[in-house]
Ligand binder design. Structure first.
Ligand SMILES: C[S@@+](CC[C@H](N)C(=O)[O-])C[C@H]1O[C@@H](n2cnc3c(N)ncnc32)[C@H](O)[C@@H]1O
Length: 334
C-alpha cells in the first residue's frame, strides 16, 4: 500500500514543493484532501512526518507509455527527435516544435489527440512576443480554434490564446500566492493576463479587494468573463498601463504581484514610490549563476527609491533556457 505524509493544510503546498525538490513524492497517487489535513503521497515513510498507508487511493492516470511519440503514426526515425512533452490548456495542446517536422505536423497532432483523450485541438507554439506577451500559434490538428476553458485548483479560466497570455505552468504559483494572502488584504495584480492570480486569491483567501490590471484589452475582457464565471465579488478588473495604475486605486495595496518576467524590474520603482509597507512577488527570468546578483539589483532599485527591503523567499521555478530560469522573489518593502 502506498504511503502518505500527513500535513496540516496551511503547510501543505510548502511541504509538497520541498518533498518534490527532494524527489520523495510518489507521482503515481493523487494527493488526498482531508479537511484540515492533506495527505501527500510519498515513496517511503519520511522522518519528521507522520506517515500512513492508504488503501484504494486515487491513482494518477498516465498517458499511454512513451506518450504520443510511440503512436504508430509517428515514424520510428523521428521518435527521439520530437519534443517529449507539450502544454495542455483546457482541451488544447500547445507544442513547441521545429519547422523541420512540418510534413509530419498533421500526424503529430493526430497522435497527440489519440493519446490524450482530453485534447481536441493541437497548436504549434512559435514563441511569445511583444508587450502583450501573445503566443504566435499555428494550427496543427483538430478543430481550428484558439479559445478554451482551463481549470486549475477549481478555478475556471476562459482563455483565448490569440487574445491574451496564459500558461498552465504557473498554476502552482497562482495557488501558492493565494494561500499567502491575509484577511482583508488589498492586492494589486499588476500584470494580470486573464486573471488567474486574482481569481485564485478571491477564491482561496479573504482578501478585501483584488485589483486585476492588464494593459491588453483582450486580457481585460477575459478577466471580466472569469470574474463572472467564478462568481467572485472582490476582483476589480482594470485595463491600464501599470505605470498609471496607482492613480486609480482607492486603497493602497498590501501586496503586489508583478508577473511580467521580461520586464517586471523596470516597474519596481513605481511600486516602491507608491506603496506603504507592502509584500511584493516579483517574477523574472534570471541566469542560473546570477541569482544573488539579481537579488542585489532588486535591493538597489528599492534603496534608490529611498525605501528598504526585507527578503522573504526566492522561489526557483521552471527553466526558461539551458542557462536561465523563471524565479519569483518575495520581499517586503518597508
Ligand atoms: C506574463 S503575462 C501575465 C500572466 C498572468 N499573470 C498569469 O499568471 O497568467 C504579462 C502580462 O503583462 C501585460 N503587460 C505588459 N506590459 C504592461 C503594462 N505596461 N501595464 C500593464 N500590463 C502590462 C501583458 O499584456 C501580459 O498580459
Amino acid at each position: 500500500m502506498p504511503y502518505f505524509a500527513v500535513v496540516a493544510r496551511k503547510d501543505a503546498e510548502r511541504v509538497r514543493k520541498q518533498l518534490m525538490d527532494e524527489g520523495k513524492i510518489n507521482g503515481g497517487c493523487k494527493i488526498i484532501d482531508k479537511g484540515n489535513f492533506v495527505y501527500i503521497p510519498v515513496k517511503e515513510p519520511i522522518n519528521g512526518y507522520k506517515c500512513v498507508e492508504v488503501n484504494n487511493c486515487d491513482r494518477v492516470r498516465r498517458p499511454r507509455k512513451g506518450g504520443y511519440r510511440n503512436h504508430p503514426l509517428i515514424p520510428a526515425s523521428l521518435r527521439n527527435k520530437l519534443p517529449r512533452s507539450y502544454d495542455i490548456i483546457g482541451d488544447i495542446a500547445v507544442i513547441k516544435i521545429g519547422e523541420e517536422f512540418a510534413e509530419h505536423f498533421s500526424a503529430i497532432g493526430k497522435a497527440i489527440v489519440e493519446t490524450n483523450k482530453n485534447v481536441k485541438v493541437v497548436l504549434r507554439d512559435k514563441g511569445v512576443k511583444g508587450v502583450y506577451r501573445l503566443r504566435e500559434l499555428e494550427h496543427m490538428y483538430g478543430e481550428c480554434r484558439y479559445s478554451t476553458i482551463h481549470k486549475e485548483y477549481g478555478v475556471i479560466l476562459h482563455v483565448d490564446l490569440r487574445a491574451a497570455y496564459f500558461s498552465p505552468r504557473l498554476a502552482g504559483e497562482h495557488y501558492r500566492i493565494a494561500k499567502l494572502v491575509g484577511d482583508g488584504e488589498i492586492v494589486l495584480d499588476m500584470f494580470a493576463g486573464v486573471g488567474p492570480f486574482s481569481i485564485m486569491i478571491a477564491k482561496y483567501s479573504n482578501a478585501g479587494v483584488v485589483y486585476a490590471n492588464d494593459i491588453n484589452s483582450g486580457a481585460y475582457e477575459l478577466v471580466k468573463k472569469n470574474v463572472e464565471a467564478n462568481g467572485v465579488k472582490n476582483v476589480i478588473p482594470l485595463n491600464m498601463d501599470a505605470k498609471e495604475v496607482f492613480k486609480v486605486l482607492e486603497e493602497l495595496p498590501n501586496r503586489v504581484i508583478m508577473n511580467n518576467p521580461h520586464n517586471s524590474l523596470s516597474f519596481l520603482p513605481i511600486v516602491a514610490k507608491n506603496v506603504a509597507s507592502c509584500v511584493v512577488h516579483l517574477y523574472a527570468i534570471v541566469e542560473n549563476d546570477a541569482l544573488n546578483k539579481f537579488c542585489d539589483e532588486v535591493r538597489g532599485v528599492i534603496e534608490n527609491c529611498g525605501r528598504s527591503i526585507e527578503a522573504i523567499n526566492l522561489i526557483k521555478l521552471h527553466p526558461y533556457s539551458p542557462n536561465s530560469r523563471l524565479v519569483c522573489y518575495d520581499f517586503q518593502i518597508l
